[in-house]
Design a protein around this ligand. Structure first.
Ligand code: F3S
Ligand code: F3S
Length: 267
């Protein structure tokens, strides 16, 4: 899986995404930029900074721009994986899909909002903030990001929690995390998601599975939903872990006996 740049970038080329990319895998063509799919590490940092919402997680690319996945991939047919866009400069070509497009409307300034979540990863705490909000230009006709202002992008949430975007999408699939969607289909999270993700991680580390976590999570997040059943369920999980530990210790005892018997015969 990778990220994809789609139509809104054509003839705009804001390049904010290039500044954010930690692996320098966003390459510049004449009319659009392209993500090298083998070099992209799926960090999600580029998606929220694009002022025209041109960047999508592969599975979230709107249907009308589905061809842009191949446009991004095919652009590298003759280039391979160059290992860094900066040294390449502007590559004198575009994918035929882009070459065939008429000139795209010029964005008018100050018509849309660009924002990013920044700052160091937070410890397990409810305290977090979204800062660095910029007003940037967006061409009319493209869905804007002002529909859910102030919420965290998946890259922002990943940065604050140190949990990869891939894992965050998995949590969502498992019903452990809820994302809202912008008009364009990008995931956005309330600030409470930071604590929720860190709690989910803690519970995974405590040996609970997604199925174990799902029913107890609401009660652990909100005291109003914390019941005696929840505590009983956690105790039962602890008992199962204890039994498993004892079973493993028995296994080690047997293995020790076998080793001892064979040590006597060796050499
Ligand atoms: Fe294009 Fe947006 Fe990047 S306009 S260059 S995808 S920031
Ligand atoms: Fe890929 Fe964008 Fe990160 S191109 S490596 S997801 S900044």
């Amino acid at each position: 899986m990778t990220y994809v740049i789609a139509l809104p970038c054509v003839d705009v080329k804001d390049r904010a995404c290039v500044d954010e990319c930690p692996v320098d895998c966003i390459y510049e063509g004449n009319r659009m930029l392209y993500i090298q799919p083998d070099e992209c590490v799926d960090c999600g940092a580029c998606e929220p900074v694009c002022p025209v919402e041109a960047i999508f997680y592969e599975d979230d690319t709107p249907d009308q721009w589905a061809d842009y996945y191949n446009a991004n991939v095919d652009f590298f047919d003759d280039l391979g994986a160059p290992g860094g866009a900066a040294k390449m400069g502007v590559i004198d070509k575009d994918h035929p899909l882009i070459e065939a497009l008429p000139t795209q409307p010029n964005p008018s300034p100050d018509t849309h909002v660009r924002f990013r979540a920044n700052g160091p990863a937070a410890p397990y705490t409810a305290v977090m903030s979204i800062s660095d909000t910029h007003v940037r230009a967006r061409p009319s006709g493209h869905p804007g990001r002002a529909d859910l202002p102030g919420l965290l992008s998946i890259g922002g949430l990943a940065k604050l929690t140190r949990v990869s975007p891939r894992s965050l999408r998995y949590y969502e699939e498992q019903g452990l995390l809820v994302a809202r969607r912008t008009e364009a289909g990008h995931r956005r999270y309330e600030s409470e998601a930071v604590d929720r993700v860190l709690l989910v991680q803690r519970l995974f580390a405590a040996g609970l599975s997604s199925a174990d976590i799902r029913p107890v999570l609401p009660g652990m997040i909100d005291d109003a939903h914390c019941t005696e059943d929840l505590v009983t369920e956690l105790r039962e999980h602890r008992d199962r872990l204890q039994q498993e530990v004892e079973r493993q210790l028995d296994t080690i005892d047997i293995l020790d006996e076998v080793i001892e018997e064979h040590s006597a015969h060796a050499g």
